[in-house]
Design a protein around this ligand. Sequence first.
Ligand code: URP
Ligand code: ZN
Ligand code: ZN
Length: 465
Amino acid sequence: MPTSTLIRNGTVVTATETRPADVLIEGERIKEVRAGLPVEGVDRVIDAAGLYVLPGGIDAHTHLDMPFGGTTSADDFLTGTRAAAFGGTTSLVDFAIQARGTRMRDALDTWWKKAEGKAAIDYGLHMIVTDLGGAGLEDMDDVVAEGVASFKLFMAYPNVLMVDDGTIFKALSQTAKNGALICMHAENGSVIDVIIARALAEGKTAPIYHALTRPPRAEAEAVHRAIALAEIAGAPVYIVHLSSEDALNQVREARDRGVPAFAETCPQYLLLSIEELERPNFEGAKYVFTPPLRPKEHQPKLWDGLKDDHLQVVSTDHCPFCFADQKILGKDDFTKIPNGGPGIENRLQLIYHHGVNAGKISLNRFVEITSTTPARIFGMYPRKGEIAPGSDADVVLWDPAALYTISAQTHHMRVDYSMFEGYEVKGNARTVISRGEVIVDNGEFLGKPGRGQYLKRTARGGAWK
Ligand code: URP
Ligand code: ZN
Ligand code: ZN
């Protein structure tokens, strides 16, 4: 592998500026960024004329090789990270799950093993907390020391992953001390379960009832409660996969009061709506994930939220299940459809095309919400999410003129459908560099399974910006 690489003639785009500049990479890091860098003595020169030079994308919410809903998500750490790389994502943060009654360290070991020999890009791990009995609070500190700078707790999925308010409050209080960040799946699971039981009793078993039994107010209520509990604990909080205007209003209201509340949304909530679940022949099941898709009117509100910084991050919540042999588990009962959808490969294409090309967000904001802010919030900045001397040489050469049609026929995710089948986008990753190594070039994967490193992240103690 060349030890030095010069990216010439491109336009460097960061969260704060757009300028013509060359980028010199030495080993795994960026050495220098300025116009007119000399080519003499450089091992490899890449011409980036007509291309944007972006910091590699960071997907802060993925579920690779995850047991869920009686099956396991279809992408493992090899197929999932490879697909991510094709789309210009060079780091992700996945979720280890603490099984009830077990130690968090065991979950960490299990997920490290899942990634070993497979991950093709760098990865961090959040810890899903299911149990704070016994040594739970000590365990939180223990895994923070191992670079787990964030935890996810569920206010949904009773009897599976849901924890009560006391547990949430204890976890938030612990992070107020150890500087980690609590991520909340915010939906009122107990109320939703009652609504689901009523629907099933009335014979309502089709995929659409997944959405109709999880109203936006159930999300908004939980977001409100999560933020209130965080305020009492004196800790920041991050709402994952926010899907509705109702929930967004809660985040905005809190942020307007100066509360450190943060939230992400996902391409599916920005671009798809509840009608997808009514597709015939059970195809609505392809769009069963949680929170569910909402009526179309929510979409412009979410885009505005991203533009105005009421929402800070776009991640994918990539959790793929094949239609033919996994989604089908819920053929006669929507509650048995494994919850989740694929998206790890298409995040940058979709947000660039429908955000930047459509004039909804600026180019710099695109970089900020897909790379720089996730790096900051999740304790990876400035190693990741930046084009600057000293940062990891995770660089995407983005072709703003490339035309691409998203399809399950050509995607690299190990799943038999695309939520965005037939979507045409303008703008795509041409060359993807991870720690100085070209891992994707012109549609060819050049990375090696297992080359991705575990990211030991720093608990930032609320110093996000
Ligand atoms: O339906 C979803 N979102 N599946 C993944 C698990 C989660 O709640 O994030
Ligand atoms: Zn969730
Ligand atoms: Zn998720």
